[in-house]
Ligand binder design. Structure first.
Ligand SMILES: Cc1cc2nc3c(=O)[nH]c(=O)nc-3n(C[C@H](O)[C@H](O)[C@H](O)COP(=O)(O)OP(=O)(O)OC[C@H]3O[C@@H](n4cnc5c(N)ncnc54)[C@H](O)[C@@H]3O)c2cc1C
Ligand code: SF4
Length: 514
């Protein structure tokens, strides 16, 4: 029911920012459920939405790759008009619950209120609207009214492939999604842990896509066991949305020792336990001394996973120096700045160390207070691993990294005992496979698949979307690229070369920066 209360846009003066509460650490590390206290969001969200100033030039809107109509749905939520808010939200975002739970919210960095106050809790409002839209059954399958008679293959079922498939199916094309894994979802399924986003949200969207007419073929490794060439004869267009999951390596002595693993191997197994594929993961942190190498999101996901598995100790190494708590001068508002952020997993690590539930590993290099708060060690360069007679890793040699060059500084070397090392060093691009030759794809200097301004790459009728063309990025960029590539495919398939589908980002668009 809409509330006709006149909003004076001054609520930001009266209402402080209130974040979506998290469940207590002791409770949440005992399960794999979502870290947020889900039911505690709705009561606060309308007041939080009323903090939006309707500022005239909403930088939040430009900072969101999807161009989400943030001030519009903030105003609707503040007036208790949730149904219209859900409609406006879905106008620009196929999967707002994915971004509502997972996005690092560059929009909040661009919020005008954030210049001298705490920004609006845009991401939490997005999550609340998305959750309510499903609860009220406003979100339902929207099959096309007519079929075009044209068919499209989408290779890869991550957020880019799914957004592209949904847009094209709704536009009337017959879409088949080919996925090499046994279940669709890409990194939403086997990369990102369930404590960040419940997999039921993914399954619900997949059911919606199926009900609209999108078909899924899992276990179809295109370019591997499943031939790539046949796709071009079977379909009128092919969208390559295979992600960028070729993991960066750490070429140091001892890398080959047992107990040193790529993060994605570890996270995939942990996610498969949640899917019911294993009772216990083949690689587990239970009772082990764990070092995570890499300071990004993947490292944080390893940390949260290791804590839930019952690690004896955990240290996360970041080769970069610790960022400041304030924006650096070269990253002014509205840029999404690199500042010291404490993710729920880092909060969990700090508290479990303070409580004595997890041992503190090496904290050298952190000021006293931080050493208690954080499991991260900054400016830390891994020199080598030591092993025992059975070839198992036993220790990690580490040194301070020189600022700039990141070289190990002589005389700073020390040793951490370890029996599980997780490499979370980022990704170099799409995995090498049999896609390049049959589709005539070219690789850019950064390792991604090249495409033109219309997302076309390789042979006529072949398009590239998501991390495969952009490099490892974010869910919000993947959805935006999937939508944009769908518009280009639709224009390619339509006899008059036009489309009415939205094109939120160009392949060359990048996050706001100086
Ligand atoms: C551990 C981890 C945590 C992350 N956490 C976040 C987060 O919290 N928030 C956020 O915004 N972003 C996060 N990201 C980034 C985000 O997940 C990705 O940017 C996003 O999933 C990219 O979507 P995509 O569709 O391009 O590719 P992907 O999600 O990688 O999906 C590609 C799909 O293609 C399939 N595929 C590959 N090759 C073939 C083939 N030859 N034939 C058939 N199928 C194939 C793969 O199996 C996969 O299912 C995270 C990434 C990682 C690795
Ligand atoms: S998708 Fe991300 S950037 Fe866009 S409004 Fe949602 S939280 Fe903000």
């Amino acid at each position: 029911m809409a509330d006709n209360r006149a909003l004076d846009n001054w609520d930001f003066l009266r209402t402080p920012r209130q974040d979506w509460p998290l469940r207590p650490v002791a409770e949440r590390v005992g399960d794999w459920g979502e870290v947020h206290a889900t039911r505690r969001l709705l009561p606060i969200v309308a007041d939080q939405a009323s903090r939006c100033m309707d500022c005239g030039i909403p930088f939040c809107h430009s900072a969101c790759p999807l161009g989400n109509l943030i001030p519009e749905w903030n105003a609707l939520v503040a007036r208790d008009d949730w149904r219209d808010a859900a409609e406006r939200l879905h106008a620009t975002n196929n999967f707002p619950e994915f971004t509502g739970f997972l996005c690092p919210a560059p929009c909040e960095s661009g919020c005008v209120l954030g210049i001298d106050d705490a920004p609006v809790t845009i991401k939490a409002i997005e999550a609340a609207v998305a959750v309510r839209a499903w609860e009220e059954a406003w979100e339902c399958p929207r099959p096309p009214e007519r079929h075009s008679g044209r068919s499209v293959a989408v290779v890869g079922s991550g957020p880019a492939g799914l957004a592209c498939a949904q847009q094209l199916t709704r536009a009337g094309h017959t879409v088949v999604v080919y996925e090499r894994d046994d279940r669709p979802g890409g990194l939403l399924r086997y990369g990102i842990p369930a404590f960040k986003m419940d997999k039921a949200l993914l399954d619900r969207r997949l059911a919606q896509l199926v009900a609209e007419g999108t078909r899924f073929r899992t276990g179809a490794d295109i370019g591997g066991a499943a031939g790539a060439g046949a796709l071009l004869t079977r379909h009128d267009a092919v969208v390559i949305a295979v992600g960028a999951t070729a993991a960066r390596e750490l070429p140091v002595t001892g890398r080959e020792l047992a107990g040193v693993h790529q993060a994605m191997t570890y996270l995939t197994q942990a996610n498969r336990v949640q899917e019911g594929d294993y009772a216990h993961p083949p690689i587990s942190a239970a009772g082990r001394h764990v070092v995570i190498i890499g300071g990004g999101d993947t490292g944080a996901d390893c940390l949260g996973t290791a804590l839930r598995q019952g690690a004896a100790s955990v240290v996360q190494l970041d080769i970069k120096p610790q960022p400041g708590v304030e924006r650096a001068a070269n990253e002014p508002w509205p840029v999404h700045a690199r500042v010291h952020r404490v993710s729920p997993a880092h909060q969990e690590g700090g508290q479990l160390v303070r409580d004595g539930a997890v041992q503190a590993g090496d904290r050298t290099g952190l000021p006293g207070e931080d050493a208690l708060r954080d499991v991260r060690v900054y400016s830390a360069a891994t020199v080598s691993f030591d092993g025992d007679a059975q070839g198992r890793v036993t220790a990690l040699r580490l040194a301070d990294a020189e600022a700039g060059t990141r070289r190990a500084l002589p005389g700073t070397e020390r040793v951490i005992p370890v029996d599980l090392v997780l490499l979370a060093l980022g990704f170099t691009g799409p995995e090498p496979g049999g896609l390049t030759a049959p589709f005539a794809l070219r690789t850019t200097p950064t390792g991604a698949f090249a495409r033109d301004a219309h997302y076309a790459g390789g042979r006529p009728g072949v398009f590239v979307a998501g991390d495969a063309g952009r490099g490892q990025s974010l869910v919000v960029w993947a959805i935006a690229e999937g939508r944009a590539a769908a518009a280009c495919v639709d224009a390619y398939l339509n006899p008059d070369g036009t489309t009415t589908l939205p094109l939120p980002v160009a392949p060359t668009d990048r996050p706001m920066a100086l």
